[in-house]
Design a protein around this ligand. Structure first.
Ligand SMILES: *[C@@H]1O[C@H](CO)[C@@H](O)[C@H](O)[C@H]1NC(C)=O
Length: 609
């Protein structure tokens, strides 16, 4: 309540001053993008499917992630292990063609060729042939070499042997005009972390996709698919060493399900996870691409009125960090309290917020170069300010500047908080220059605080002239008109917080934002030996610490105390195909036919459902 209109007006004043301090805004000329998951798109009848695709194209999504799996309407294309149903692949191919045609080539697809949830019949995915085969021994899928061989056959049939019905008989592995990338699987080892026994599986399958099937030759990305399932905000489930160490992996994908909390928006974990120069982003830059392949609204007790805001906050945080993202997921059915977003509803519903964030993603900048896989927009954004969430409900206790909200300037937060690493946060106990701390000409206060009588003084946020205005007009009005001048009301108990641009006080780099270093007590923009840069020695790092990946890092990073750390198998010999199996497109028949897999004796004669 307190901040609702008062702080809302501050943002425009902030824009008047040229801040010397860090903003962490991405200025690189690469593009980011946004997309949507649609697990059963190919199961819709063509008319509805095309209507959905038209709506997705209109929403500015650049990517649709599709799953090859059974659903309540159609079976998995591999109804029995080694038996393939061409009609299901045709149905999928029709969907690829419709996306390509309707979007005029602008929208591409990520294919999840199998879902680890099908191995357990979890997450509403029916138990499939592999599930029946492993009969509850989930990890056998990854550790049993015979099963691995059959999975390679599945991938061969899908991407090498099936002649596209709509793309001139070409195999899917060559269709980079419509396929951006292929997951090794959706959520391999889902729920199991750290991964141990099956770890070589990841690089084995990635290498098979990239080299043997030939995705690499055709600029189709090999994607990790969300290793171990959903990512905890501080963990490394989705990006274990074996993903970084595998040369065949192009994209490391993250699946995260975060809800707004008292001290964080739903987007805050994303802003923290992808801080430029941190252990993850610095290690990936130039080596792997990072992708948020699943993110979602997670219902909480605040209620559905906050769904739109929570979706937008997540998209906005990732757009600000320049990390592409794919919403999970779209539907044509009811949303209820689920994360689902109905694509065919009017923009006053959740799709309106999603489409707004997707539109901004389309022109967002990134430090990572995706151009090999997806063409960029005609022009990248030049916006210099973090946008405010237009979907914050009227009854919200906060518009911006509260604990955990994104910020891009020292006065972008409530007076008792500080804007550090683009997030409003309570200053750590050792953080110098806080409200009430002693100050003098050498020991300065935080940027927005004045030093008077030897103490950093409390201050008031600047009041808005028109607090009763509808929020919409606050966003659109002339910034000069919105805020009271300091002289408007001379009888104040306290001063208004200052807008003077200067560095924050510090004793070490830890007290500064990621793109700064601590220079004799003041945070200054860093140009060498900075967070995320390659280090020659710890002494050359202005962050004071060189991490085990050879990058300057904040000290005190969590040590990875567990996990096998074993290097995944590198590129290995190519004789992977089942013995005696002939190549070529004639391996997929009009009726389901068994593929001969000598090492894994078939149980029964294949027949489609
Ligand atoms: C951003 O600035 C560049 C260079 O001035 C310009 O070419 C580009 O069109 C601008 N982008 C937008 C979205 O206006």
């Amino acid at each position: 309540m307190y901040f609702l209109n008062v702080l809302a007006s501050l943002i425009s004043v902030a824009s008047l001053a040229e801040h010397a301090s860090a903003t962490l805004r991405i200025t690189a000329d690469h593009h980011s993008w946004g997309g949507v998951n649609y697990p059963s798109l190919q199961s819709l009848e063509p008319k509805e499917r095309n209507e959905v695709i038209r709506a997705i194209v209109k929403s500015n999504a650049r990517v649709i992630r599709l799953f090859i799996q059974g659903d309540e309407k159609y079976p998995d294309p591999e109804p029995e292990i080694g038996v393939f149903d061409r009609s299901m692949l045709d149905r999928f191919d029709d969907t690829l063609a419709a996306i390509h045609r309707i979007s005029k080539g602008k929208v591409k697809v990520i294919v999840a060729p199998h879902n680890a949830h099908a191995l357990r019949g979890s997450n509403n995915v029916p138990c499939d042939a592999y599930c029946k085969k492993i009969d509850g021994a989930f990890l056998d899928f990854y550790s049993n070499l015979d099963i691995r061989e059959t999975y390679r056959t599945r991938l061969d049939v899908f991407f090498k042997h099936y002649p596209s019905k709509n793309f001139g008989g070409k195999p899917w592995s060559t269709l980079n005009e419509v396929i951006l990338g292929v997951d090794v699987q959706n959520e391999p080892w889902s729920g199991i972390f750290p991964i141990v026994a099956g770890e070589p599986w990841l690089c084995d399958i990635a290498t098979h996709l990239k080299d043997t099937i030939g995705l690499g030759k055709h600029n189709i990305a090999v994607i990790t698919g969300g290793i171990s399932g959903s990512q905890s905000p501080d963990g490394f489930e989705n990006f274990p060493d074996c993903a970084f160490d595998c040369p065949a992996v192009d994209v490391i994908s993250v699946h995260g399900y975060y809800t707004a909390k008292e001290d964080a928006t739903a987007g805050t974990p994303w802003a923290n996870m992808f801080l430029p120069g941190n252990t993850l982003t610095a290690r990936a830059l130039g080596k792997k691409l990072l992708l948020v392949e699943e993110l979602a609204y997670v219902h909480n007790k605040m209620g559905l009125a906050y769904k739109k805001g929570a979706i937008w906050d997540q998209g906005n945080a990732l757009n600000f960090r320049g990390i592409p993202w794919i919403y999970s997921h779209l539907t044509t059915k009811d949303e209820g309290t689920s994360s689902r977003v109905s694509i065919l509803r009017s923009p006053i519903f959740a799709i309106g917020a999603l489409a707004d964030a997707l539109k901004r993603a389309y022109t967002s900048r990134s430090n990572f170069d995706w151009s090999k896989y997806l063409a960029g927009p005609p022009a990248l954004t030049n916006a210099t300010e973090l946008p405010l969430n237009p979907f914050t409900p009227e009854q919200s206790y906060c518009t911006f500047g509260c604990h955990g909200y994104l910020c891009d300037s020292p006065d972008g937060c409530a007076p008792d908080l500080m804007c550090k690493n683009s997030v409003c946060q309570a200053p750590a106990e050792k953080q110098p220059g806080k409200m009430g701390d002693e100050c003098n000409s050498k020991a300065i206060c935080q940027s927005h605080l004045r030093c008077e009588d030897g103490l950093c003084q409390q201050c008031l946020p600047r009041a808005s002239k028109a607090p009763k205005r509808k929020r919409k007009s606050i966003f659109q009005a002339d910034p000069n008109e919105q805020c009271e001048l300091d002289t408007a009301n001379p009888f104040r108990m306290r001063n208004i917080c200052t807008l003077t641009p200067r560095g924050s006080p510090c004793q070490s780099a830890m007290h500064c934002s990621a793109d700064e270093f601590c220079d004799w007590g003041v945070c200054k923009i860093c140009t060498e030996g900075c967070l995320g840069m390659k280090c020659k020695s710890s002494n050359k790092c202005k962050t004071g610490y060189c991490n085990s990946y050879g990058r300057c890092d904040y000290p005190g990073q969590k040590k990875k105390g567990f996990g096998p750390g074993a290097r995944a198998r590198g590129r290995s010999p190519s004789n992977r195909g089942p013995k005696g199996q002939e190549g070529g497109p004639n391996k997929v028949w009009d009726v389901p036919v068994r593929v001969s897999i000598p090492s894994d004796g078939p149980i029964a004669t294949g027949q489609a459902t």
